[in-house]
Design a protein around this ligand. Sequence first.
Ligand code: HPA
Ligand code: ZN
Length: 324
Amino acid sequence: MDQFLNDLPKAELHLHLEGSLEPELMFALAERNGIKLSYSSVDQLRQAYDFENLQEFLDLYYQGAAVLQTEQDFYDLTWAYIERCKAENILHIEPFFDPQTHTERGIPFITVLNGISRALTDAEVKYGISSGLIMCFLRHLSEAEAFATLEQAEPYLDKIIGIGLDSSEKGHPPAKFERVFAKAREMGLLAVAHAGEEGPAQNVTDAVDILKVDRIDHGVRAIDDPELIKRLATEKIALTVCPLSNTRLKVFDDMSQHNILKMLEQGVKVTVNSDDPAYFGGYLTANFIALEKGLGMTKEQAVQLARNSFEYSFAKPERKLELL
Ligand code: HPA
Ligand code: ZN
């Protein structure tokens, strides 16, 4: 079954590039850039990856991203993820990046974007992996800062297919970004948002009604609202679910408690994703394997989940036909 899941053609729709920064690469980039890390070894750093909640993870995730300085660093980060995609038969990706994490520390927006998009172009040319890049706003920062980020992206809309919303969900509901999302949609960008990860089902409803997103990231708390579950199913609003992330951040105590297959049975268009694989102990195939081991996912369910990842991707119609 492990080999079957690895070889199953898949798309990944919820992956933070900064969350794919493995400790080994973090140490290598720190050395290359003359930065001193507050951990003495890769092992010591990995041991720190023991989180009680989303915020504990975010604190380390933002710290780790500080080693990323040059365009080549962003290229190397992205390329390392693409090599994993190649190894796991991931044919299409829609990765996230958090420009504010970098611009806040003085790294130019274009440095970040050029490094990432050069790697994505090489992925297409070398491996035939198609992609669409999604720029996320940090929801703990202000609406004005999100607007400023959108403005920085405006000259480069050929390199970005959509916007997202991530970071601390508690205390930062979707409505805070209503106007930025409206503006981005006017500019022709697609929209997704993290909602219903640690926050309530209402955040999922509000992301759909107020931000008018095309897809929801996580969304597992939607299960608390049976009417919402029905609506997500009938309106085919897909959820990008991240099983290992949810157990590592204690959204669910144990994989056996995870609701992804329950939602699948109720007709919700769920997909499997790895979120921040360097921090949560596994890439996409590992997430599928965890569902098999922890929830008894069948081959048929795995095929349906992989199919959903193509169907609810933002790939161009002609590419979607090839993938499905
Ligand atoms: N939730 C919110 N913000 C994030 C996440 C997540 O799972 N991963 C990276 N930034
Ligand atoms: Zn995420």
